[in-house]
Write a protein that binds this ligand. Structure first.
Ligand code: CTP
Length: 403
């Protein structure tokens, strides 16, 4: 989830659910957003403004008659999004009718940005015809009205009207910003391989490598943001399935080979970032291997080179991108792989670069195309590197279409 650089006003009205707004504030900040908080007078019955201002790092706007009373206009111009969570019956009704008798409502009336509303109230207040009518008015005004959760309320009543969980509101915020992004991969199918493979020796042991899968997962996530239908064939990792991505878990090189070939023909763009074992134990013991007195050698056999096998059958209209992780003769080795595996682009990862490669949250790569044009990308987060790689791949695809 990436809300870097987004400016959000969090409007909190007086409900027992106001404590969830504290968690939402934290989640929005963790995702990279800059957040300012405005509250209604009754919010402080539930959560003190000091809690919000300490976490936000800026004073909370709460009094229409304070020294800073005119700030509502500045705030209204500043924000990319205003999120009112929790939005009580009273606040919703006032928003729907343009009543402006507190700081939150003044900011709302001055806001030039989109406004998202997360209602929170008891079951009967929520189902009341006036509340439902007010929600319709807000929708008609172009506000994003979120659903409510269903379950037990603080009052003991059971049913609709509970504030969504902070994580669900965060999802809605991210989806709102995603929808605004350009979609250069709309209508395209993209396959990404990621993570390490595990080659079993016996039921409890396997050979693997230090890949974490972060680079491939960032590629999958960014390709989905760009509008692609994404299939992620992943070795075993601790990473969560990226939003909007179809993940297929493939533990061994053989599993990955099968999974890739099952979908390769449908893809427009394929990026192979997985660290696939080149060798696997020649036999896998049925039972746990017992130690003996002497040393042990384990015979290994070659696995399929998945990338090369796809390069051998790829169509003209398909773009194939590989990774090369090198420690010496970097450029020459990468160019050799580009040719041998019939790639369109290769992403050269030099382990000699600080902050690049396995396990880091950052990476530094050079992208080399079939014509040996080199595009270095500076050290950056794996998300930013993923965007850079995808932009190069898109430029290549556009270039090929116009040939
Ligand atoms: N790859 C693959 N299947 C394999 C091995 C590698 O699909 N069995 C892919 C990787 O995902 C990566 C690229 O091939 O995109 C480069 O892998 P690498 O192991 O560095 O290249 P090799 O040609 O195997 O060269 P070497 O081991 O000699 O460095």
């Amino acid at each position: 989830m990436n809300l870097n650089g987004k400016r959000i006003i969090l409007g909190v009205s007086g409900s027992i659910a106001a404590y969830k707004a504290v968690i939402l504030l934290r989640l929005l900040q963790k995702a990279g957003a800059e957040v300012k908080v405005v509250i209604t007078p009754s919010t402080e019955q539930f959560v003190g403004s000091l809690t919000f201002s300490s976490l936000a790092g800026t004073p909370v706007f709460k009094g229409l008659w304070d020294e800073n009373w005119s700030e509502h206009v500045d705030w209204g111009n500043w924000a990319d999004l205003m999120v009112v969570a929790p939005a009580t019956t009273n606040t919703l009704a006032k928003m729907a009718h343009g009543i402006c008798d507190n700081a939150l409502l003044a900011v709302y009336m001055a806001a030039k940005c989109p406004v998202m509303v997360a209602p929170a109230m008891d079951v009967d207040m929520f189902s009341h015809p006036r509340t439902q009518a007010n929600l319709k008015v807000l929708e008609g005004d172009g506000r994003i009205v979120l659903d409510t959760g269903s379950g037990y309320h603080a009052s003991g009543l059971l049913g609709k009207g509970r504030l969504l969980e902070p994580e669900e509101i965060l999802e809605a915020v991210a989806a709102h910003f995603d929808a605004l992004l350009p979609k250069p991969l709309a209508g395209k199918h993209v396959l990404i391989t990621a993570g390490p493979t595990q080659e079993p020796l016996d039921p409890v042991r396997f050979l693997t490598n230090r890949s974490t899968g972060k680079m491939g997962y960032a590629l999958a996530e960014q390709a989905a943001y760009m509008g692609a239908t994404v299939t992620l064939v992943s070795g075993y990792t601790h990473l969560e399935e990226p939003r909007g991505v179809n993940r297929i878990v493939a533990r061994t090189a053989e599993d990955m080979y099968q999974a890739v070939h099952a979908v390769a023909a449908n893809q427009d763009l394929m990026i192979f970032s997985a660290a696939v074992a080149d060798y696997t134990p020649a036999t896998v013991a049925d039972q746990k291997m017992k130690k003996g007195d002497g040393d042990l050698s384990i015979p290994l056999k070659r696995t399929h080179d998945i990338l090369k096998s796809v390069g051998a059958i790829k169509r003209e209209d398909q773009t194939l991108v590989g990774f090369a992780l090198e420690t010496q003769n970097e450029q020459a080795n990468a160019e050799g792989k580009l040719k041998r595996k019939n790639l369109d682009l290769i992403v050269l990862n030099s382990l000699n670069d600080k902050g690049a490669g396995f396990g880091h949250d950052t990476n530094q790569v050079t992208i080399i195309d079939r014509n040996l044009k080199k595009t270095p990308l500076p050290l950056a987060s794996k998300q930013e590197i993923a965007v850079g790689i995808l932009q190069q791949a898109i430029a290549w695809m556009v270039g090929q279409e116009s040939v």
